[in-house]
Design a protein around this ligand. Structure first.
Ligand SMILES: Nc1ncnc2c1ncn2[C@@H]1O[C@H](COP(=O)(O)OP(=O)(O)OP(=O)(O)O)[C@@H](O)[C@H]1O
Ligand SMILES: [Mg+2]
Length: 382
């Protein structure tokens, strides 16, 4: 009675080894091994990433080495090992590759007695630390008030339960502090931020974009409490009328909607999205945001504060400069314009002239910056 069962198991093992030898021959140019498979005593693996680019997925972390060893022995049983070759995970992280760093004896296979270790990875990539605080953000008081609620939530997600802030939309002129506030929130709440540009979520193949979005939220759930920051939301969440231009975009929008609805109830994850073009957003996406926060251009006092704060960090002296006068002349400039187009440009002129920064250096930058930013290219409307 027990014989057929024994045979079945034996056959199964042999067929695994055979199929592995076949695929290794194809993939890595190894000659089909004729010698008898030898069980490795020891193998050291290094997480090597996915064969296809993924923007946010870092290495899966081994939580329990002993458990991982069993998991690995089982799925790679009979797999041929030699330094430099790859083993692909087929279960929890399909297609995640591990590279064999060391194996003893050389040219052996994974057996039930093989000790399998994974190299410790360096600092996790996604745990970005931002050096910016709410006090650094000038103006944008509504946004600051709102994100302070999110900060409280991130510090104690369970307390909020179903009342948790989930989806917040920042919209408004470019360079007014949207990304800056998201970074400040991450820094002050002491939680990681997964920042993605929505254009990078559009994959090359149908289905890829949707998968990227679910992966992004899976990742966030793992790291929770955390913030997902989706920049340039308009690039994927276009109004239905424009979605037809790219067939796969509507499928991305659908997966985004699923995640934003919180069907899988991902505790401790807050999505902040940003756009400069709220008017082209898809209505169904837009309705998922419980709050839309507008970012406005700075007023005179705010421009002055922005100039003063940033000028204090310039590496050259300011000589007889009236920053109030510069603030007066720069109506319609964003924070970014003031920093990049006025202060930085003036600094560079002064360096070239080997002098300190003067009122002239600052004022000369204004007409140029205004011309670059306030006038759309002529051909746009012709
Ligand atoms: N409110 C502000 N307070 C202080 N600095 C600001 C403010 N707004 C903009 N800046 C300066 O401009 C830079 C760019 O701002 P930020 O990247 O946050 O703009 P944004 O609104 O995200 O723009 P975009 O829509 O183009 O992504 C900041 O790094 C900062 O130096
Ligand atoms: Mg931004």
């Amino acid at each position: 009675m027990s014989r057929p069962i024994h045979l079945t198991i034996f056959d199964c093992k042999i067929s695994i080894v055979r199929s592995i030898q076949k695929s290794q021959t194809k993939a890595q140019g190894a000659k089909p091994g004729r010698r008898k498979a030898v069980g490795a005593r020891f193998v050291l693996l290094r997480p090597a990433g996915y064969p296809l680019k993924s923007i946010f997925q870092e290495h899966p972390v081994v939580s329990d080495p002993k458990l991982f060893e069993l998991y690995a022995q089982e799925q790679w049983y009979g797999e041929a090992l030699k330094p430099g070759c790859y083993l692909f995970d087929r279960r929890l992280y399909p297609d995640f590759a591990f590279q064999v760093v060391k194996v003893h004896p050389r040219h052996s296979v994974v057996g039930t007695e093989t000790t399998i270790k994974v190299e410790q990875k360096a600092e996790p990539k996604n745990k970005m630390k931002f050096d910016v605080s709410f006090d650094d953000v000038i103006g944008q008081e509504t946004a600051k008030r709102k994100v302070k609620i999110v900060e409280k939530f991130l510090q104690d997600p369970e307390k909020f339960g179903r009342w948790a802030p989930r989806n917040i939309l920042f919209y408004g002129v470019s360079g007014t502090g949207k990304t800056m506030i998201a970074k400040a929130l991450s820094a002050e709440a002491g939680v990681p931020m997964l920042a993605v540009k929505s254009t990078s979520l559009i994959g090359e193949f149908v289905g890829e974009g949707a998968r990227q979005i679910h992966n992004l939220y899976d990742k966030a759930e793992e790291m929770a409490p955390c913030i997902i920051f989706i920049d340039e939301l308009d690039a994927i969440a276009l109004d239905r009328r424009y979605q037809d231009l790219r067939g796969d975009v509507s499928e991305i929008v659908n997966s985004l909607l699923t995640e934003m609805d919180g069907i899988s109830n991902r505790l401790g994850v807050c999505t902040i999205a940003a756009t400069n073009q709220i008017e082209v957003l898809d209505a169904s996406v837009r309705s998922r945001f419980e709050e839309e926060i507008e970012f406005k251009l700075p007023n005179l006092e705010e421009r002055l504060k922005l100039l003063e704060k940033n000028a204090a960090t310039l590496p050259l002296e300011l000589e007889n400069v009236s920053l109030r006068e510069i603030a007066r002349q720069t109506e319609g400039f964003s924070g970014r314009d003031l920093v990049e187009k006025v202060l930085k440009a003036a600094l560079h002129h002064a360096i070239m002239e080997e002098s300190n920064i003067t009122q002239r250096h600052l004022e000369e930058t204004i007409p140029k910056a205004r011309k670059e930013y306030r006038q759309p290219p002529k051909e746009m409307f012709s």
